[in-house]
Design a protein around this ligand. Structure first.
Ligand SMILES: [Zn+2]
Length: 490
């Protein structure tokens, strides 16, 4: 079979987040994108430079998303996705997207590796005829996040054509075989891909770690790569590997987060703990709930958190996703701080009206007067602003910034602005965390196990470092330029 494959990177090079990799395989006549994320820094810069975001053009002109004329794809973007809040055409746009009135596209699909926005958020703008391949739980999390996010255009997923996969499935696109396999990351439902192209095996690592509670999943991925490589009797041609922490040699794990919290709790001198981490970080949530249970503390989350976790609980297959269970866990209290009748709340009303749940609901006024021994969780700046004036002043509290992966501007915000503000209120800060990304020693181990002929670093601020770290190896390190195709075989 004639082989000619091209990889073009439209995001995620020389920076963390925003992966968008176009794979074109001419022998199979297939074009797919691997991830279609938005880089949060690029997005917020565009947002602050633009009076109001209403069109995809504003994002393509600033290269947050690729310009249609720079991508060899017909009708990449939806003609309908956009709506103007001032004209209240929301329902009309939903109908248009759901009725798939977009013209046909020659893109055969978009593979989504995991439900972090820097890997999927561009989907809002995609032509509704393009199939979106996502893990079963990956899709569930993306939809739950969208439903409990403000109805802004970057959360507009109506009418997308989802095709769901699980580990063990093989995706076949016109004969091109793709194997999605789970990996451990700071969010459930993260995958890497093994793609059997006409030019050889291309492996896409996705975001992963090897020090988390589900580290064996990453080992499953490596095992599958080896199995396919042996069966085909060929080496991995290309490894597209994330390198968020290629520059950092920290030894840490989720278990250590638990141990550090336990140390604090063995001599607990505080009445409450204000805590922040990413809402989608299920492992971190489980760690904190375990500590709350062990030391007989309550754990306060908002209605929105309850809604999100309840959606994950409901259809969970794995026990790890069923527990903590929002409906029955008596250590969890639910704070209402927003009376607005938002669409996502409909899914929560019945649950919250149950007698046993009513006893676990508190208001901001209750919060102010609570006696101690509780965690108060906030997921966002929005939540923080709601609660900050209701923190109990008769108690001694601390803030634990447990946010993962301090590469986003978010991190600096929480660390500096919120920490300083809380300090003025007499609340000192702690930092207890563990990252969602493999450390330098784990990255080297991972790459050595996969043994690719060529390596393309992605999702890293230090791509050049790969060249230096692997200078004695035979492996070629390719550092592509954004939007310039890399030819493989053919
Ligand atoms: Zn991620």
């Amino acid at each position: 079979m004639e082989s000619s494959v091209k990889l073009t990177f439209y995001g995620g090079l020389n920076k963390v987040g925003g992966n968008k990799v176009l794979l074109e395989d001419y022998a199979f006549n297939v074009k797919i994108f691997i991830d279609f994320g938005i880089n949060s820094t690029e997005f917020s810069q565009t947002r602050s430079n633009t009076s109001k975001l209403t069109e995809v053009k504003q994002l393509t002109e600033s290269h947050v998303l690729p310009r249609e004329e720079d991508v060899p794809i017909q009708n990449l973007y939806s003609k309908n996705f956009i709506y103007d809040h001032t004209k209240l055409r929301y329902r009309e746009k939903v109908d248009e997207c759901e009725n798939k009135t977009d013209p046909p596209s020659d893109l055969d699909g978009i593979l989504i590796s995991h439900p972090h926005r820097d890997h999927y958020q561009g989907l809002s703008f995609i032509n509704r005829n393009i199939p979106i391949y996502a893990g079963v739980v990956t899709k569930r999390i993306i939809k739950a996040l969208s439903l409990c996010s403000p109805p802004k255009f970057e959360n507009f997923l109506h009418g997308l054509k989802w095709i769901r996969y699980r580990t063990g499935n093989m995706i076949n696109i016109k004969g091109l075989e793709i194997y999605p396999v789970h990996v451990d990351h700071s969010i459930p439902a993260a995958y890497g891909f093994i793609i059997c192209t006409s030019a050889g095996i291309i492996v896409y690592s996705g975001d992963f770690r090897m020090h988390g509670p589900l580290r064996l999943m990453t080992m499953d991925f490596i095992r599958k790569v080896k199995e396919i490589s042996e069966n085909k009797e060929e080496l991995v041609k290309i490894l597209i590997c994330e390198g968020t922490h290629i520059n950092k040699g920290v030894i840490e794990s989720e278990r250590m987060v638990k141990q550090h919290l336990s140390k604090l709790f063995n001599y607990m001198l505080f009445d409450y703990v204000l805590v922040h981490y990413d809402r989608v970080d299920w492992d971190r949530f489980r760690t904190y709930i375990n500590i709350a249970k062990k030391y007989n503390w309550k754990f306060i989350i908002t209605e929105k958190d309850a809604y999100f976790y309840n959606r994950l609980n409901k259809k969970a297959i794995y026990d790890t996703m069923k527990d903590p269970n929002i409906e029955i866990n008596k250590d969890i209290l639910i704070l209402s701080h927003d009376e607005a009748k938002l669409p996502w709340k409909k899914g929560l009303y019945d649950l919250l009206e149950r007698d046993d749940m009513k006893q676990r609901r508190i208001t901001l006024e209750d919060l102010k007067n609570l006696e101690g021994k509780f965690f108060l969780y906030f997921a966002s700046n929005w939540d923080y602003n709601k609660i900050k004036n209701f923190l109990p002043t008769h108690l001694r509290g601390i803030f634990i910034c447990s946010n993962i992966d301090p590469y986003a501007e978010d991190y600096r915000f929480y660390k500096n602005k919120i920490s300083n503000e809380l300090l003025e209120r007499g609340i000192p800060s702690y930092r207890i965390h563990s990252s969602g990304h493999a450390k330098v020693h784990d990255l080297i181990r991972y790459i050595n196990e996969i043994k690719p002929e060529k390596l393309i670093p992605i999702h890293t601020n230090f791509p050049e470092l790969f060249r230096k770290l692997f200078r004695t190896e035979k492996m070629e390190i390719i550092l592509p330029t954004r939007e310039v195709p890399v030819n493989i075989g053919g």
